[in-house]
Design a protein. Structure first.
Length: 273
């Protein structure tokens, strides 16, 4: 029963179908892991949500920043940005069912030595810490007070983890790490603005996975989110955002033998994260 991790789809439903054909996906026998950002900026987020939801137990999906953005918009918070393509989802007759399903996805997933998150993990967190922090936010998303969470979700502060944090500040740091992180300081302070490839970043910032003493180094991290990083297939890191939305490809990684599969995508936009 092979398992395939799939990079950021962002509403590119036709590309997803081509990729599933390329790997000869069998929903009765195979499993799919989605690294998040199922929706937004691409042409058919609604079809992507319906397709992944309908996979049932054959699919595992962690939430990305665009997925959380959609959930917040559905509750009346945040604002629609230029380039957003979520109107069809928000107007769909099954919108409430889709939002319920999406809100109940995970923020982190561990299995067979792999740890999947959308963007990154703070260097202070072990694998067990990562799953515990994810569970804190998941409990709120699945509970009765999720609307209040979305009201306060947006923001860049605090920029660093502290065990003493509580309330929305604690939840916001966790969400920002899992869904927005690219660069951080050696001490784990997060930088949210620079999106270029490693080696081009301002002085003082490191790709989060190069932070010294990172405590998740004993697992293989599977991530998306970072299109300028591109495909990475290393023992400690698998990065799968290969820029489908920006005219690149949509990529799958087979966990059992680390084989990579990709299909070209027709979209050609300027990267905006």
């Amino acid at each position: 029963m092979p398992t395939y991790a799939i990079g950021d789809i962002q509403g590119c439903h036709a590309s997803l179908l081509r990729l599933l054909d390329a790997i000869r996906f069998d929903p009765a026998a195979d499993r799919l892991w989605f690294v998040g950002d199922l929706v937004n900026r691409g042409p058919d987020s609604l079809a992507v949500l319906r397709s992944v939801r309908d996979l049932g137990e054959a699919a595992v999906c962690v939430l990305g920043n665009h997925d959380l953005h959609l959930l917040a918009l559905a509750e009346g918070f945040g604002r629609i940005y230029k380039g957003d393509t979520l109107d069809a989802v928000l107007a769909a007759p099954d919108r409430d069912e889709l939002m319920h399903w999406l809100r109940h996805r995970r923020l982190a997933w561990r299995e067979d030595g792999y740890l999947m998150v959308h963007a990154g993990v703070l260097p202070q967190w072990s694998v067990d810490d990562t799953l515990a922090r994810a569970a804190e936010v998941e409990a709120v998303l699945h509970g009765p007070h999720y609307v209040e969470f979305f009201r306060q979700m947006y923001g860049n502060v605090p920029v660093a983890w502290d065990d003493a944090l509580g309330g929305i500040e604690r939840l916001r740091v966790i969400v920002n790490a899992f869904t927005r992180l690219r660069y951080c300081s050696a001490a784990g302070e997060m930088e949210f603005h620079y999106k270029g490839a490693p080696g081009t970043q301002p002085a003082g910032w490191l790709p989060w996975f190069e932070a010294p003493g990172r405590r998740t180094a004993d697992a293989t991290l599977i991530i998306g989110h970072w299109s300028t990083l591109g495909l990475v297939n290393r023992p400690e890191l698998v990065a799968l955002d290969t820029g489908c939305l920006w005219g690149g490809g949509l990529t799958a990684f087979r966990l059992e033998d680390r084989q990579v599969f990709a299909v070209p995508c027709p979209q050609a936009q300027s990267p905006k994260g």
